[in-house]
Design a protein around this ligand. Structure first.
Ligand code: ZN
Length: 80
C-alpha cells in the first residue's frame, strides 16, 4: 500500500491518478481515495482526504476515526 509522503510537504498532483476531487473551495479541497493510498499518520487505508491552506477549519461531528497531518503550508485531515 502506497503511503502519502508528506515529509517535504504535500502536493496533490503527485497523487492525482488515485485521488478524485470531490469538492474544492477557496483554500481547501476534499478528495476521495480511489487507489488505496495509506494514511501518512497511521498507515491504514483512508477514505477521504481534506486538504486545507486555511488557518481556521470547521467540521461537523465525525462519524469515523480521523487522522490529522500537518505540513508547513497545509493541514491534512484523513477519514477512515
Ligand atoms: Zn490515519
Amino acid at each position: 500500500m502506497e503511503r502519502l509522503d508528506v515529509s517535504d510537504g504535500f502536493d496533490v498532483h503527485d497523487y492525482r491518478h488515485g485521488l478524485k476531487l470531490l469538492k474544492q473551495d477557496r483554500g481547501s479541497m476534499t478528495l476521495e481515495n480511489r487507489h488505496g493510498f495509506a494514511c501518512p499518520a497511521c498507515g491504514e487505508r483512508f477514505d477521504r482526504l481534506f486538504v486545507s491552506e486555511n488557518r481556521e477549519n470547521t467540521f461537523g461531528k465525525p462519524s469515523s476515526p480521523i487522522c490529522l497531518v500537518r505540513t508547513d503550508e497545509r493541514l491534512l485531515l484523513l477519514t477512515h
